[in-house]
Design a protein. Structure first.
Length: 331
């Protein structure tokens, strides 16, 4: 039956995409509460023909809310998600705040929907976008061959840094085209016509937090505590879709034709892979689309019982907003 939904961070890139997904998937909504910072409070958003005024996020704003979608960063989630849960809402949090909490399920609906029943704190965590997109390609192969290891390099869109990341790339491209001054505030150096091998902050082991998310989140979602993962996360001048180059090692010997065919049996991911016709997926193929696309599937030349492959997915949609709305649909 229809639910009272709240979106925290309704005016951000992911919050806006959550509204689009709720609308496009005709999610049954009895009431919609849009919450944001004091700065954004008062803005008007039209949803399904009705104008809704964005309210300021407070601890008391969750009265009557049944599902609260959070997309306003880890600090806001840490502070306000418990209040939403206390008010009786199920929280679906897009931030990393609760992902590794043993009492908080971390869910990709196509992989572990049953974990939703374990939301003992009333909080469910949405995985990191790069993890979601990678696992959409790896889960079908895991079911067939038994995943043992992941060696990955990601090519991450600037939308991962929110609206500010998108604006920075746009500004820099225009400045470079018109001889203007390039401004780098979101990133440590120019991102236009460049790549930056840093996403999030460096840890003592010289990996970034983003790279360790792939390792820790994949182990939790797939229930593979021994899974070995090496990941290099790179920011690239692409607006909305992440790409990931992966070598995946398996228990059983994989077969390329079988692997390509297996995606037909799984929702949310398709193979786009025919080297004889120069067919492979690019970020522009998945932007604004629901499904992830997998290509370049081939036997790895270094590891035994391993496949190399390439997966692309819309970071704002399946990487965040759509995955969260699909979790709400499970509820
Ligand atoms: C990024 N995955 O791409 C991180 C957070 N969205 O910046």
């Amino acid at each position: 039956e229809a639910k009272h939904i709240a979106i925290v961070g309704a005016t951000g890139a992911v919050g806006e995409e959550m509204l689009a997904c709720l609308d496009q998937r005709d999610f049954p909504i009895s009431e919609l509460t849009l919450l944001a910072s004091a700065r954004s409070a008062g803005k008007k958003i039209t949803f399904q023909g009705k104008e809704i005024v964005v309210k300021e996020l407070t601890h008391e704003a969750f009265e009557g809310v049944e599902i609260a979608l959070f997309a306003a960063g880890g600090g806001i989630s840490e502070t306000f998600a418990p209040s939403a849960a206390k008010a009786g809402a199920i929280v679906i949090d897009n931030s990393s705040a609760f992902r590794m909490d043993d009492e908080v399920p971390l869910i990709v609906p196509e992989i572990n929907p049953e974990a939703a029943k374990d939301a003992v704190k009333g909080i469910i965590a949405n995985p990191n976008c790069t993890t979601i997109i990678s696992l959409m390609a790896l889960y079908p192969l895991h079911k067939k061959y038994g995943l043992k290891s992941i060696i990955a390099s990601s090519y991450q869109a600037v939308s991962g840094s929110g609206a500010a990341g998108i604006a920075e790339l746009k500004q820099q491209c225009e400045a470079l085209a018109n001889g203007g001054e390039v401004v780098s505030e979101v990133y440590p150096t120019q991102i236009a016509f460049n790549v930056i091998p840093q996403v999030d902050v460096f840890q003592p082991d010289n990996y970034t937090k983003e790279e360790l998310k792939m390792l820790n989140e994949a182990r939790k979602i797939l229930k593979l505590p021994e899974l070995k993962v090496t990941c290099t996360c790179v920011r690239v001048p692409v607006y909305r879709s992440h790409s990931v180059s992966i070598t995946a090692g398996f228990e059983k010997t994989p077969n390329v034709a079988e692997a390509r065919a297996v995606y037909a049996d799984y929702p949310g991911v398709d193979a786009k892979d025919d080297p004889s016709q120069n067919i492979f997926p690019t970020p522009l193929d998945t932007t604004l689309k629901d499904n992830c696309l997998v290509g370049r599937i081939r036997e790895d030349k270094v590891l035994d019982d391993a496949l190399a492959l390439w997966v692309v997915g819309d970071q704002v949609r399946k990487g965040a907003a759509l995955n969260a709305v699909q979790i709400a649909e499970i509820l």
